[in-house]
Design a protein around this ligand. Structure first.
Ligand SMILES: *Cc1c(COP(=O)(O)O)cnc(C)c1O
Length: 418
């Protein structure tokens, strides 16, 4: 029988670090990652047969829970008709229409295969449309792994980007300006776009302070820059209209991913007609993809959107709020420093004394304590994100009873850490 340690050892002999995306390696929490054999609803089972209540849910791609029957059915039916053609298909039109009908700022939508592609394309569109080169991003916001967006900030002050990764040239981030989250920056008339996670969810969940998103809109308008919302996490999760619907601030360009692919590789970039018209073949900005608008992925996306109505989002947010409250209580009762950040259906348990408002304050959380808590929970059959700086993603398949059970297990886990 396969076992986690054996598979990880073999993986390390053939895949760098044993994984195809770094956070899966448990580097931040230590130990051996579980290899998933299958998932159903709120659960995953590893190759050793252990069952976990899963709060990773493919980092938010599975909003209905794993292996939802409607998604499986849609993907199976699509697969039987062929998996990729290199010619347009009807489902691409249906999915683009479905996105536009829910997110009115997306008058035109281009489908791509990953969130990284969506944000990379959004920057190219903004530069092509404005004829400007500079991009403003916020420290701690993640926008995928393209060169220009892998730039980190200096501490707390506006600074020109330094490469956030080896292999990224200084030149490729020379036009990326990194500023602190939740402060409206000065925007010069050489700025093509400001890109932001409207709710930050990649430094742990950090809410936008009142006035931040609206302030960005005003500042972009004054400077003639485009405002890009990276809604790869918030899109179709905060509500049908994403964060822009929830906060009432309309961006020029939006990026989607995760939820709309239903667990298959699919993402999208959408925006105003005049802005999106710069894309080839209409305009001079080149972008393409062999598998873009893939038949299986569009089928899954349509099946997922079909299941999501306002009641679903009310349920998700209500459950997250309850779970967040319980977790804050039981962890505090054990005498540990805790701040549970909840925004709609997203939450993060920060082991910290004060609520985080930006990357600098988020980084004050006790990552060693998080790692211990993570393992105490995993031992009890609950899979949390293997990093302090990621969100928990309760799905529509997580029952209220199970959330209560998670809170009970968290009480025991927290006592074990105290
Ligand atoms: C996950 C994520 C991305 C990157 O998406 P991939 O599909 O992993 O390339 C971009 N932006 C945000 C906000 C994300 O959470």
């Amino acid at each position: 029988m396969a076992d986690n340690a054996g598979l990880f050892a073999r993986a390390n002999e053939v895949i760098p670090g044993g994984v195809d995306s770094p956070v899966r390696a448990f580097g931040a929490v230590g130990g051996t990652p579980y290899f998933v054999a299958r998932g159903e609803g709120m659960h995953v089972w590893d190759v050793e047969g252990h069952r976990y209540t899963d709060y990773v849910q493919s980092w938010g791609a599975s909003i209905l829970g794993h292996a939802h029957p409607k998604v499986i059915e849609a993907v199976q039916a699509a697969a039987a008709d062929g998996t990729s053609f290199g010619a347009p298909t009807e489902r691409e039109v249906l999915l683009a229409e479905a996105i536009r009908s829910r997110v009115p700022s997306c008058a035109r939508v281009r489908l791509v295969s990953s969130g990284t592609e969506a944000t990379m394309t959004a920057l190219r569109i903004a530069r092509g449309f404005t004829g400007r080169e500079r991009i403003v991003k916020f420290a701690g916001c993640y926008h995928g792994h393209s060169d220009a967006l892998l730039a980190e900030a200096g501490s707390g002050v506006a600074t020109f980007g330094l490469p956030g990764s080896a292999g990224v040239t200084k030149a490729s981030v020379a036009d990326t300006i990194v500023v602190p989250y939740n402060v409206v920056p000065d925007i010069g008339d050489d700025v093509a776009a400001v890109i932001v996670e409207p709710v930050a969810a990649n430094m742990g969940v950090v809410a936008p302070v009142p006035g931040f998103l609206g302030g960005l809109r005003t500042a972009c308008d004054a400077a003639g820059a485009l405002l890009i919302f990276d809604e790869v996490i918030t899109g179709f999760r905060l509500g049908l209209g994403g964060a822009q619907g929830a906060y009432g601030v309309t961006p020029d360009v939006s990026c989607f991913g995760k939820v709309i692919g239903g667990g298959l590789p699919l993402a999208a970039v959408g925006g105003r007609v005049d802005v999106m018209s710069v894309l080839a073949p209409d305009g001079p900005v080149y972008q393409a993809g062999t598998l873009s608008g893939n038949p299986l992925a569009t089928a899954a996306g349509l099946a997922v959107l079909d299941q999501l109505d306002d009641a679903a989002f009310v349920q998700l947010a209500g459950r997250a709020e309850q779970l967040g409250g319980w977790l804050a209580d039981v962890i505090a009762e054990a005498g540990l420093p805790v701040q549970v950040s909840v925004v709609g259906p997203l939450l993060t348990v920060f082991f910290a004394d004060g609520p985080p408002v930006d990357y600098a304050s988020a980084k004050r959380a006790d990552t060693k304590l998080y790692a211990r808590f993570f393992h105490e929970m995993l031992d009890r059959g609950v899979a949390l994100p293997p990093s302090q700086f990621e969100a928990m993603f309760p799905s529509l398949a997580h029952t209220k009873d199970e959330l209560e059970r998670t809170a009970d297990l968290a009480a025991a886990a927290a006592r074990a850490c105290a």
